[in-house]
Design a binder for this molecule. Structure first.
Ligand code: 13P
Length: 251
């Protein structure tokens, strides 16, 4: 199965309006020639509308970094799937480790968000990843396995066509300490095996698994050409056109 590489920029809580639009405009031009890879950006909520308009009709997709699991109602401070679609987002990152660790998100809650997002017609990037403690105590497979299983609970085979998994070891995020290509590959292969059991071998072969955690222009090629690695979810290096594009052009 030839999976199309998917390179996504998670802007997290960075940039201002001007910088967000300028970055989007730079990517719009530079990505026009891409045919053999997918590219997406995930700006903060408040810039989604303008970034989506800047990128309308381009090769770069736009998504959100989180959303509410409810459709609408009295949920102060939350944003719904319909609102994201309304402003031009087509995708959403769910279960990022910063949401899990800093904002108390649970596997069950993330699973609900995944079902809501797919039900509304959004694509999903589901993040999984172990902490350093968990890696050091040989708990990586147990942890990412649980996160994957709960995050994808009750999905149909068809819905899985709209899901990307991102393996982001917590110890590699924002630390400059990326997983080695072998460490990434090993977990990706494990996750793909789980997908075969949870859904089907066909779904497992078709589902893209991104690596995230200190991806930089210098390490992108080695990571992204490793077995079972189908792209990257990029944080810090996604905030500048040059570094993000160097990663997107990994080969
Ligand atoms: P960094 O690339 O800054 O390590 O962040 C990775 C990440 O968390 C992307 O979602």
């Amino acid at each position: 199965m030839n999976r199309k590489p998917y390179i996504a920029g998670n802007w997290k809580m960075n940039l201002d309006r001007r910088a967000a639009v300028a970055l989007a405009a730079a990517l719009r031009e530079a990505c026009q020639a891409f045919t053999d890879r997918d590219v997406a950006v995930f700006p903060p909520f408040v810039y989604l509308d303008e970034v989506a308009r800047t990128l309308a009709g381009s090769k770069v997709r736009v998504g959100a970094q989180n959303m509410c699991d409810a459709a609408n109602g009295a949920f102060t401070g939350e944003v719904s799937a319909a609102m994201l679609l309304d402003v031009g987002a087509t995708s959403v990152i769910l279960g990022h480790s910063e949401r899990r660790q800093l904002f108390g998100e649970t596997d069950e809650g993330i699973g609900r968000k995944v079902r809501t997002a797919l039900g509304a017609g959004l694509d999903v990037i589901l993040c999984v990843g172990e902490t350093l403690d968990e890696r050091n105590t040989q708990a990586t497979e147990r942890v990412v396995g649980r996160q994957l299983t709960k995050g994808l609970e009750d999905l149909t085979l068809d819905q899985m066509a709209k899901v990307t998994v991102a393996y982001e070891p917590v110890w590699a995020i924002g630390t400059g300490l990326n997983a080695t290509p072998k460490q990434a590959s090993d977990v990706h292969t494990y996750l793909r095996g789980l997908l075969a059991g949870l859904f089907s071998p066909k779904v497992a072969q078709a589902t893209r698994i991104q690596y995230g955690g200190s991806v930089k222009p210098e390490n992108a090629r080695d990571l992204l050409t490793s077995p079972d690695v189908d792209g990257a979810l990029v944080g810090g290096a996604a905030l500048k056109p040059d570094s993000f594009l160097a990663i997107a052009r990994f080969r």
